[in-house]
Design a binder for this molecule. Structure first.
Ligand SMILES: Cc1cc2nc3c(=O)[nH]c(=O)nc-3n(C[C@H](O)[C@H](O)[C@H](O)COP(=O)(O)O)c2cc1C
Length: 347
């Protein structure tokens, strides 16, 4: 069975990928999407989305990083993937799931699920332009407004050359509203002859078990659940179904503090100071689903605007202070070489 870490635009960049993969647990991770629309993107664009390309397409702990592309023009997608291939990505993923209106308006993401023939042409063109040894996957939702063409879309992508499909088991119209319709993953897996990965609404080990049972597939991609509970992948691998109690959560939180410090330090290298507090709040907001300690920390910083203020509160809550004064962001966005504390399982 494989566990994958989902692409999450605006949330899961190289900085958070490094934190969440710090002690392994994932077979591979997927970057946020690189949007392809009419031009040949420079190599630096791919490097910005996937700084790990400069580290053999691996996170600091060695987890392979696959790069996601989003677009609708088969020829342009092919040209871009050929350029990306020069950077030797660990794999390429195609995005047919993004529900964002700004993306969909330009014929990108989930809206293409109304055009299975186009999906086929995109997958085919990209597969042909990509060296055979580089895996190609596609990530799809169940449809735009309904599931009527889900099987057709999956078959089109598989026939086009996607070597595996990740199915986010909701339509675009469903947005992120629970439930995820894992039974549709089973129907798709029956209909295609490539491996299918289930995705959507896996927050606990029990969810993961139910998802596998209902979908009948072995491989699962974790999204928000992995960000909310950085120990989830390890608990799944250990087969620990019961949710951790308060004492274990407290131990886990203690192990997360140096990780939060590493996250803060890497953010300061990468993003402008005015954006860093928002990124820290964003992660804490999700962590608050699992950790009462994160709830109180989030409540304490939610109204703060500057990094200096946030830093002070983080320190007061036990996050180790930064070793040095904040350096200016490099602008290159490449933070993969900064050292990172390992996330040890506290239990
Ligand atoms: C903030 C956010 C950003 C996302 N960005 C992407 C993206 O760039 N590419 C993509 O294929 N899916 C994206 N997704 C969808 C996730 O990869 C995943 O399919 C979805 O969150 C369902 O899984 P979950 O319920 O486990 O979170 C995003 C989801 C969220 C919440």
């Amino acid at each position: 069975m494989r566990l994958l870490l989902a692409p999450m635009e605006g949330l899961l960049d190289d900085v958070l990928r490094a934190a969440l993969t710090a002690s392994g647990g994932y077979d591979y991770v997927v970057t946020e999407f690189a949007r392809v629309s009419g031009t040949l993107l420079p190599e630096r664009f791919f490097r910005r989305i996937a700084p790990e390309l400069d580290r053999a397409s691996r996170t600091a702990d060695g987890t392979p990083v696959r790069v996601q592309l989003l677009g609708s023009d088969p020829a342009c997608m092919a040209d871009n993937v050929a350029r990306l291939a020069r950077l030797q990505p660990a794999g390429v993923d195609l995005n047919f799931g993004c529900p964002a209106p700004t993306v969909n308006r330009h014929r990108g993401g989930a809206v293409l699920l109304d055009e299975p023939e186009l999906l086929h042409r995109i997958a085919h063109a990209v597969r042909r332009a990509l060296p055979a040894e580089v895996p190609l996957t596609a990530k799809m939702r169940l449809g735009v407004t309904d599931t009527g063409r889900a099987l057709e879309c999956a078959a089109a992508l598989a026939a086009g050359g996607a070597g595996a499909l990740v199915v986010h088991a909701r339509t675009k119209a469903d947005g992120y509203r629970p439930p995820a319709h894992w039974e549709w993953v089973a129907r798709i897996a029956d209909a295609v002859d490539v491996p299918v990965v289930a995705n959507g609404e896996v927050w606990t080990v029990a969810d993961w078990q139910r998802c596998r049972t209902v979908s009948g597939v072995a491989d699962v991609m974790l999204g928000r659940g992995a960000v909310a509970d950085p120990f989830l992948a390890q608990r799944i691998r250990a087969g620990r179904v019961e949710q951790p109690g308060a004492a274990e959560r407290a131990l886990e939180w203690a192990a997360l503090l140096p990780l939060l410090a590493g996250f803060r330090d890497r953010l300061r290298l990468k993003v402008e100071a005015r954006h860093a507090p928002g990124r820290i709040k964003q992660w804490l907001h999700l962590l608050a689903r699992s950790y009462p300690q994160a709830q109180s920390l989030f409540a304490a910083i939610r109204g703060l605007r500057t990094m200096a203020e946030v830093e002070a509160v983080l320190c007061a809550h036990g996050v180790p202070p930064a070793a040095t004064a904040a350096p200016a962001p490099s602008g290159a966005g490449n933070t993969v070489d900064a050292p990172l504390p390992t996330l040890l399982h506290a239990a």
